[in-house]
Design a protein around this ligand. Sequence first.
Ligand SMILES: Cc1ncc(COP(=O)(O)O)c(C=O)c1O
Length: 404
Amino acid sequence: MVRINDNYLKLRGSYLFSTIAKKVNTFVKENPDKEIIRLGIGDVTRPLTPSITDALHKTVDEMGKAETFRGYAPDLGYEFLRNAVSENDYKARGCDIAPDEIFISDGAKCDSGNIQEIFSVDNSIAVCDPVYPVYVDSNVMAGRGGEYNEITEGYSDIIYMPCVIENNFAPQLPAKVPDIIYLCFPNNPTGAVISKDELQKWVDYANENGSVIIFDAAYEAYIRTEGVPHSIYECKGARTCAIELHSFSKNAGFTGVRLGYTVIPKDLERGGVSLHRLWARRHSTKYNGAPYIVQRAGEAVYSKKGKKEIKGLVDYYMNNASYILDGLRGAGYTVSGGVDAPYIWLKTPEGMSSWEFFDHLLINANVVGTPGSGFGAHGEGYFRLTAFGSHENTKRAVDRIKAL
Ligand SMILES: Cc1ncc(COP(=O)(O)O)c(C=O)c1O
């Protein structure tokens, strides 16, 4: 009889957003006159910009004509997009990444979940705590988690690197060396960033110990502070230890369009084997490419007009972030993030748990955020608000919280 992959049974239910939805639905039913403002989700709300929609319209028409119709995309993605990425995201920043080291995909979630497949199941992994849950769950599914411990709220075989107020939400180099290290800066959920010098320490540590860093740069477009690295390849030696993930979701609003890319430098080898070769093999076997029309839309992100529009989108959200940050700080909350990231991370007041604060905000301000404990044990006592709402709603939500 067939046996299931019982690693799946070790997964914790993804109860965070379903519990939030249940609590909000119950509240709405019981209080039909109250208007809820949601600052909880990580999805964008602004529409695609004209350069993007123009590219989409144009290429849909191309697909409708025999002379310009396109079928399967090339394995790594179309050259026009890989060239644009290499030029704009890397060469312009002094990073040496060639177009054929870039793998176009349908987003960073799939890549961050799938990349672990090219590594042995015996490898140990390290993650920040709190963390974007995909890194943990995809490794648990593969059998790298060990057993879940209800008391520590973690898996026995995973190295958790606490990111708390005391260390400025930046992880410390672990004493026990992990094989694979997941880093995400600007960070979801804390909104924290690290300096180039700090990131260089991770690169040196990985090179000294033979570890591989998986660097999630999904929020890179939100960086405003000088000296904060946009790419791990700004650090010396990163070509021999780091894989980088990117998304078009948060900068260009592609959450529903789907586009991303992964970089694996050709110098990155372990056990004498090129990781680029393994991922290329995996990509060509299991993936048939992001749609041509979407890759053309991605190319438009790098046009002069596209860049200006995308900056407008990011500025729009960051204006919200400043409003939240200033408003809550003024009201006496301890807040961080929100400067180089669209996430604001606040310490719950008066020793409230993350869920107690969730209920408090829902009931008294009719505002929905995300309890920090949903992202890991060290998220307890914190709360995430996002800058992805409309200006109007963000302002109203902050004013309501200030009035509590
Ligand atoms: C850290 C991080 N990586 C990746 C993603 C997913 O990005 P994509 O929409 O490209 O799949 C998210 C989405 O919330 C994220 O927060």
